[in-house]
Design a protein around this ligand. Sequence first.
Ligand code: FHN
Length: 438
Amino acid sequence: PIVLMLLFLQLATANVNAQNNRSAWFEDARFGMFIHWGLYSAAEGIWKGENLRYANNYAEWIRYRNRISKEEYGALAQRFVWDSIDPEQWVLLAKQAGMKYIIITSKHHDGVALWDTQVGNYSLPKLSGSGRDVIKEMADACRKHGMKLGFYYSHWIDWEHPYAWDHNQELTGHVTDEQFNQYWQEKALPQLRELLTNYGDIAMMWFDMWIPYQHTIFKKEQLEQAVALIRELQPNCLINSRLGLPTDAKYVDFETLGDNQFGSSYKQHPWETPGTIAHSWGYNGQEKEWKSTGQLFESLISNVALNGGFTLNIGPRADGTVPYESISRLHDLGAWLQQYGESVYGNTGVRLGSIQHDWGKITRTTDDNVVYLHVFNWPLDRLLRVTGIKSKPRKVELLTGSTPRALSFTQQGPLLHIQVPQQQPDPYVSVVRMTYDQ
Ligand code: FHN
């Protein structure tokens, strides 16, 4: 390789994808959309005038948090405004944002299926009486616009089924293994079968959530049944690590880090961070914690610089509209990716060990021919100091959106000094491209 790094971090973690290239597209994609949409969207974070009550104040947890009965919660389906609900708009928004895949909550912890499931009556089409299968509409729109589609499925937490995990059991006692298996056989597996059979090619099944006590309720045998079903019905479908076993290549195709938890070291295997623009995942009418666009850029690029991806969430309202705060940020990200996407898509990071650059992050093409410096903090002395890269590039250019501008540079031992203009070309992230001779 042309670019030799001074420090090489050898990770012990197995390459979860060594045996196949199922996830090649996912590693190229780097950026996707998460959609949390369900009955909770209609509650908007408030229940009977009461605000978020218990410790976890996610708006999508309102049924559990406010101890809402199944019937009362189901009535939220009446608040959906079907005339303006158009999943194609979500797909177009993702496309404009430069996102390459979408993961939608087919069933969140509340146990409500968004699609027209034949497994019970607790589904949005049935509860609302609309007959609309939003999952089908999503699948059609994704196919039309060349967008990969994945399904979030809450596999062991289900507040509707009496024998699945319900957080109230922390107070009332756990279900038995036999009871949980009954839920698994009569609801989860048949629903997974529906999702994997009726909606064409599914790019990934995204399971939630991995926490230590999971193994006491969700058993390896059940995990293997889920994997076997997915492999049988959709051999190309990816499986994320929250199914239960974080980095076991036998079962999972990519690792999902914690919510809003970003990479801390280079990982060889495919991985992503699910992240929010706001605090809640589902729509909350009183949301106050909006992340800045700059922060979202940093999250995306920092992950790519460690060989990871970013799945960024939107929480549409019950009328299908997306908060302006999300749209404006996605728009800025998309406009930037339109100009500088060559430094993100299909890129990986460099193993810099403990080396940090105060100005930003480095990515590179997987053939090692091109290295990109992503500058978040423009150097006031107009000198970009790059370390950790041994060999000298053939040329160094500042990407400007139109014709790249050649930059002069010198090598000072392990440091490369690059002269940059006073003015940074991009308000968020400016990109310096270094090209090497093969
Ligand atoms: O409890 C959920 C939460 O509501 C949301 O769906 C996130 C997304 O990663 N997952 C769980 C927490 O890890």
